[in-house]
Write a protein that binds this ligand. Structure first.
Ligand code: ZN
Length: 211
């Protein structure tokens, strides 16, 4: 939703509700962990009243532990925190699950998959950042394919049940190849909202990855 028209949020949320998209992806930025601020709690609360699909919240903030209960109360289904923002990542993941949400960890482009080795079995989702977090509309980082392959291997080694989500620069150019590498969830923002017909663009992406 970062790429939606914030002055027409209800209209854009309705478009996603009516589209073939599976989830809503919300990027929450604090201006500290990333050099940008997206939406604050009152706006997210207003958005959550209209979303009719699972709410996938991606926290790009420092000290995410402080807001776990807030997002559970808002109705978030999946809550992802950044590995780089959590000193006690294991504790944070347990707290997210205890609050009744699925737990995800996001990795910045420079963070190796190996940091998840000892925690992978505890996770529901790994969000691979395929651009540097903070802004929409950035160019896809090619190393992402290799990272997804490494992550797929790690998940298989641990016999874990973890979704791989790709966030940033997803287009019809790279979607199929990402799924081939092992990705399960593709976040598309600018590619969808800046297209002529966002609903058809979503449909096109679904057809590309689901055949
Ligand atoms: Zn995101």
């Amino acid at each position: 939703m970062l790429a939606s028209d914030f002055a027409n949020l209800e209209r854009d949320i309705q478009m996603v509700n009516d589209s073939q998209a599976d989830w809503f992806h919300l990027d929450v930025m604090d201006g500290v962990f990333v050099p940008n601020i997206s939406f604050g709690m009152p706006v997210i609360k207003a958005m959550a009243r209209h979303t009719k699909k699972p709410l996938d919240v991606h926290l790009m903030i420092v000290e995410p532990d402080r807001y776990i209960q807030t997002f559970a109360d808002l109705g978030a289904d999946i809550l992802s925190v950044h590995a780089e923002a959590c000193t006690h990542l294991h504790r944070t993941i347990q707290a997210i699950k205890a609050a009744g949400m699925k737990a995800g960890v996001a990795l910045n482009p420079h963070t190796p998959v190996a940091v998840l080795e000892d925690i992978i079995s505890e996770l529901d989702l790994v969000c691979v950042m395929s651009v540097n977090p903070g802004f929409g509309g950035q160019k896809f980082i090619e190393n992402t394919y290799e990272k997804v392959r490494q992550l797929t291997k790690l998940i298989q080694q641990h016999n874990a049940n973890v979704l791989i989500e790709i966030d940033g620069g997803v287009t019809s150019e790279n979607a199929a190849q990402l799924v081939l590498a092992g990705a399960n969830v593709l976040v598309a923002g600018s590619f969808v909202f800046s297209s002529q017909s966002p609903k058809e663009t979503i449909q096109g992406l679904q057809e590309l990855v689901n055949g």
